[in-house]
Design a protein around this ligand. Structure first.
Ligand code: ADP
Ligand code: AMP
Length: 218
């Protein structure tokens, strides 16, 4: 693969996590999802989790300071030495600038930023139909990706699944607004650095994966 330090960008429910997990499997580089880190903090009931929960449930963005702190700590860990796939980070221009500084300090560079583009009108169904294996975190969808055996996780065999507190119809509008207002400006930011590739995420999961492999040069 051409790139080892990647960013997957795209709207909420656009398929970033689904594709990041596949890349993680295929290339042995870790998926770093700030959303997953925050949900783990909420579950653990830590002060950070308590603070983040209300913001997440309202479909707004958690402060840049908190998020950059999480990522700064995470990318120091040894499993990131081979590279990483950032999923859901950065989401604002100040976060992208902080990431550039963090990488520069370590004399590292981003290899590629891929935008998985999906039109707004598809995202309500993607988000409200999402569910996840409670044990291994494999992602599913009521319409688009049911477990092969109903009620049993394809990956680990667990029969417990969860739905995210923020995956309600009520939050979708706020999450899309945050995306268009605060995250969309990152596309010109990375385009100017010559890093941006855009793929059409409004196709079957396997077709999107193939296209992703193509732009990553595999
Ligand atoms: P994100 O990480 O960008 O928020 P997810 O990867 O969790 O998005 O995908 C959102 C939901 O849509 C999940 O339920 C997932 O199974 C489903 N999904 C992902 N990619 C596709 C696709 N290309 N077509 C249809 N459904 C998809
Ligand atoms: P996600 O799992 O990426 O859909 O993120 C779920 C929620 O966590 C978002 O709606 C935000 O409230 C918060 N969040 C995740 N990543 C970030 C980030 N990089 N910056 C700000 N808030 C974030």
């Amino acid at each position: 693969m051409g790139g080892k330090r990647l960013i997957l960008m795209g709207p909420p429910g656009g398929g970033k996590g689904t594709q990041a997990k596949r890349l993680q499997e295929r290339y042995g580089i870790v998926q770093l999802s700030t959303g997953d880190m925050l949900r783990a903090a909420v579950k653990a009931g830590s002060p950070l989790g308590l603070q983040a929960k209300a913001v997440m449930d309202a479909g707004k963005l958690v402060s840049d300071e908190i998020i950059v702190g999480l990522i700064a700590e995470r990318i120091q860990q040894s499993d990131c030495a081979k590279g990483f796939i950032l999923d859901g980070f950065p989401r604002t221009v100040p976060q992208a600038e902080a990431l550039d500084r963090l990488l520069k300090e370590k004399e590292l560079k981003l290899d590629k930023v891929v935008e998985v583009a999906v039109p707004d009108e598809r995202l309500m169904e993607r988000i409200t139909g999402r569910f996840t294996c409670a044990k291994c975190g494999e992602g599913y969808h009521d319409t688009f990706k049911q477990p092969k055996k109903p009620g049993v996780c394809d990956v680990c065999g667990s029969t417990e699944f969860t739905r995210r507190a923020d995956d309600s119809a009520a939050t979708v509008g706020a999450r899309l607004k945050a995306y268009h207002d605060q995250t969309a400006p990152l596309m010109p930011y990375y385009k100017a650095q010559g890093l941006l590739e855009v793929i059409n995420g409004d196709r079957d999961i396997d077709v999107v994966s193939k296209d992703l492999e193509r732009v990553l040069g595999t």
